[in-house]
Design a protein. Structure first.
Lengths: 140, 270
């Protein structure tokens, strides 16, 4: 009897191996399907905080500004700090133009936006300081 | 009455066991238990047959069960593969998204029109450029009237981004240099009259695309673009006002020349 128990059907052994292999294949395909599915559901041009951080590290301020606009159009306000920084950079770039051209009313409006967004960006304010130097308005 | 347990040899009278085929003492056949043995043998044979059958059935059931599991797993893999191929192809995804957005734009037509009007009134150039991109409004016949305004905000955005990229030293993820950004800006400035002004499209003088608020917007965005380029490239008033009519190569050369002096590429803003 115990000898019978030990006797394995080679076909069943092969099928068991196939099942184990298929489990790995399903895990791989499942992961890929989930990844592509989440990509498909995501609106083009929207950005999460990770993406915006990547752009910031690469000095892609234009990408950051685009990300903020498109996120807001699609109701995504999660990367609030990055949005505030993007808003700051845009306002600072315009402030420099209006200041140099002597359009003081418009310059003041941009300055107000800069001041307001600075309070929302927390630890990212070091990038706002960097932007000030970049736009030549650090002495303001 | 003699029972099967106190069986005795009918020849010598010795005690016999139920399983004894012959008497262990006299060696004569144990005829009394023959029937029992035959029945027992039949039971044993039946037991062996049932056991063998059960083993075969169990083996078959094990194989069938596993084959069913494998078939189901393959089915799951096929379903996942279809899902992957549907969602991984960029063109398919783009088409699906475009269709979804077109439906959304139709549903929010009034809201989108009001937003565009507001953005145009506020001279929100970048906002309008990204709003148009988000809802794929360029080329949408329903917003035909905004065609030149849309082109203007695109040109403005590209020039603005080129300037930003020069200032922050960004390489566009493809090793672009300040020279590339300067010449790119020059293209969009020198194309302005053709594409925004409407020369390229042969826009009639009374075109709705240049009338009313659109016309005022186009004049303002042109001036604001000029101011932006003038400030960031340190152009004289004459240089700034004449940039629109310059050859794109000459303009690119002039912008790059200014750029090299103003923004040496090795400079960082740490």
């Amino acid at each position: 009897m115990s000898k019978d128990k030990r006797e394995k059907d080679p076909v069943i052994t092969i099928l068991n191996i196939i099942i184990i292999l298929l489990i790995f294949v399903i895990l791989y395909f499942g992961q890929s399907a989930f990844f592509y599915r989440s990509m498909a559901e995501k609106r083009s041009f929207t950005q999460d905080a990770g993406h915006m951080s990547y752009e910031l590290q690469n000095g892609d301020y234009a990408g950051l500004i685009q990300g903020r606009y498109v996120n807001e159009f699609n109701g995504n306000n999660d990367p609030a700090g990055y949005h505030a920084l993007a808003e700051y950079i845009e306002a600072a770039s315009m402030y420099r133009v209006y200041r140099d051209k002597g359009y003081m009313e418009r310059a003041d409006r941009e300055k107000a936006v800069m001041d307001s967004s600075r309070t929302k960006m927390q630890e990212l304010s070091i990038f706002a300081d960097k932007a000030d130097k970049m736009f030549g308005i650090a002495d303001q | 009455m003699e029972t099967i347990n106190d069986m005795k040899c009918r020849y010598c009278g010795s005690n016999l066991g139920i399983e004894d085929k012959v008497c262990p003492y006299c060696g004569r056949a144990n005829e009394q238990a023959a029937g029992y043995r035959a029945v027992m043998q039949e039971y044993r044979d039946e037991y062996d047959r049932t056991k063998a059958d059960a083993k075969t059935r169990s083996k078959t059931a094990g194989r069938t069960g596993r084959l069913i599991v494998i078939a189901l797993m393959i089915l799951v893999i096929i379903v996942l593969s279809i899902s992957i191929s549907k969602n991984s192809d960029v063109d398919t995804r783009e088409k699906r998204e475009t269709a979804k957005i077109a439906k959304e734009v139709t549903g929010k037509k009034d809201e989108i029109s009001a937003t565009l009007e507001e953005m145009e009134k506020n001279r929100d150039y970048l906002g309008m450029s990204y709003y148009m991109l988000n809802y794929r409004l360029r080329g949408d016949e329903r917003y035909e009237e905004y065609a030149r305004v849309f082109t203007a905000v695109i040109n403005y955005r590209v020039i603005y981004e080129d300037i930003l990229n020069i200032l922050d030293g960004f390489d566009g993820y493809e090793e672009k240099t300040d020279r590339d950004w300067c010449y790119d800006a020059a293209i969009y400035i020198s194309d302005w009259n053709s594409y925004v002004g409407g020369e390229f499209w042969n826009d009639p003088a009374d075109s709705k695309m240049h009338a009313g608020e659109h016309g005022a917007f186009l004049a303002d965005i042109r001036q604001d673009t000029q101011d932006m380029v003038q400030v960031y490239f340190d152009l004289t008033d004459d240089q700034a006002s004449s940039m629109w009519d310059m050859d794109r190569g000459d303009l690119g050369k002039m912008l790059y020349s200014k750029c090299r002096d103003l923004y040496p590429e090795e400079e960082t803003y740490e």
